[in-house]
Design a protein. Structure first.
Length: 245
């Protein structure tokens, strides 16, 4: 649907159309539409803007990615659809590899995602060659299948938009995990080393800019404290909005 620019919910509805197009093009899982709805609801709660806490997390994530030896960006159907250009820009800015990794496992969808990322400018996309597959231990979901030259060998992994058990499994392998998740209470948000509580549509652009600017790679970021601030920001936003109602 063509959303009229004058619609008060234009931005949110346009992002929704993007994810629907991704589903129609075979990039997004049916379940990805539900995950997006959950994200929309949390975005409403955070006020649909990048908070101070998210900006601090973006700064810490940029520092971590820039100082990594072997950073990898893990891409699922929703992420590939929402910000393909930014994934490519981030990979260039941080010398990171890009790997397709799906929860709702589907080789055909993987190939379509690879093709769409290459169309967005990616030179190499890992995760689609069965000869390179390795399994992560302590994990039963299909996310355990990773590329030997990508996530398997990475020291820092960006795993946006997933609420599950992979973060802990990656950390047990000694990796640092960064995530984007609008829900500060999700399992991944709670377990990651750095959680950016922001819509990936906004946050990815800011992360790319932060990685392009030379700066100190030292930050005193604490994820537990940041998540607690993110929850406070939601509470304050609700209090403000509630009192105006
Ligand atoms: O393509 P696949 O098969 O790998 O599947 C991808 C999904 C997203 C369907 C899969 O990873 C999944 O089921 O994820 P969950 O468990 O629903 O978790 C997604 C998390 O991302 C939830 O906590 C949402 O609140 C959050 N989220 C959704 N949209 C956004 C978001 N966070 C930031 N920006 C968004 N746009």
């Amino acid at each position: 649907m063509n959303i009229p620019k004058s619609h008060p919910r234009f931005v949110s509805l346009s992002i929704r159309e993007k994810i629907v197009r991704g589903y129609n093009d075979g990039l997004v899982a049916k379940e990805g539409l539900l995950a997006h709805g959950r994200g929309e609801a949390f975005d409403y709660l955070v006020g649909e803007k990048t908070s101070k806490t998210a900006k601090a997390a973006i700064k810490a994530a940029a520092a971590k990615l820039l100082s990594a030896q072997n950073p990898v960006i893990s891409v699922n159907g929703n992420v590939a659809t929402l910000c393909p250009k930014e994934i490519v820009q981030l990979a260039k800015a941080t010398q990171a590899k890009i790997e397709v990794n799906l929860f709702y496992y589907d080789e055909v969808r993987k190939k379509k995602i690879e093709k769409s990322l290459k169309k967005a400018g990616a030179k190499q996309v890992l995760g689609t060659n069965p000869r390179s597959y390795r399994k992560i231990g302590n994990l039963d979901s299909p996310r355990r299948i990773v590329d030997k030259d990508g996530i398997f060998a990475a020291d820092v992994v960006l795993v946006p938009l997933e609420d599950g058990d992979r973060t802990e499994a990656l950390q047990k392998m000694g990796k640092t995990v960064i995530t984007f998740d609008l829900n500060p209470l999700s399992r991944t948000a709670q377990k990651a080393d750095i959680t950016i509580v922001d819509n990936i549509i906004r946050g990815m652009k800011l992360l790319v800019s932060a990685c392009k600017k030379p700066k100190s790679t030292k930050t005193n970021f604490n994820n537990k404290r940041a998540l607690s601030s993110a929850v406070s920001e939601i509470k304050n936003n609700l209090r403000r909005r509630g009192s105006l109602a």
